[in-house]
Design a protein around this ligand. Structure first.
Ligand SMILES: [Zn+2]
Length: 71
């Protein structure tokens, strides 16, 4: 009986949807100011709610995925 390859369990490490490779550069969002970050905020929520986002840039094709921090 063959063993199936074990998955890491972290879906954020899944292959790039554009080119299929798995080499990434992880980072943060930045703006014109040094402390600016991008957040996602649910409809109806107020200022200060929401989650900061982190970036996963594909090292092969440059596609960037956004994830909320601390998932
Ligand atoms: Zn890619």
């Amino acid at each position: 009986m063959e063993e199936k390859p074990k998955r890491t369990g972290d879906v954020r490490e899944n292959p790039c949807p554009i080119c299929g490779t798995t080499s990434y550069i992880w980072g943060v969002t930045v703006g014109d100011g040094p402390g600016q970050r991008l957040y996602t905020r649910p409809d109806g929520a107020g200022w200060g709610d929401g989650k900061e986002m982190v970036t996963r840039e594909c090292d092969t094709c440059g596609n960037v995925q956004l994830f909320t921090k601390g998932q």
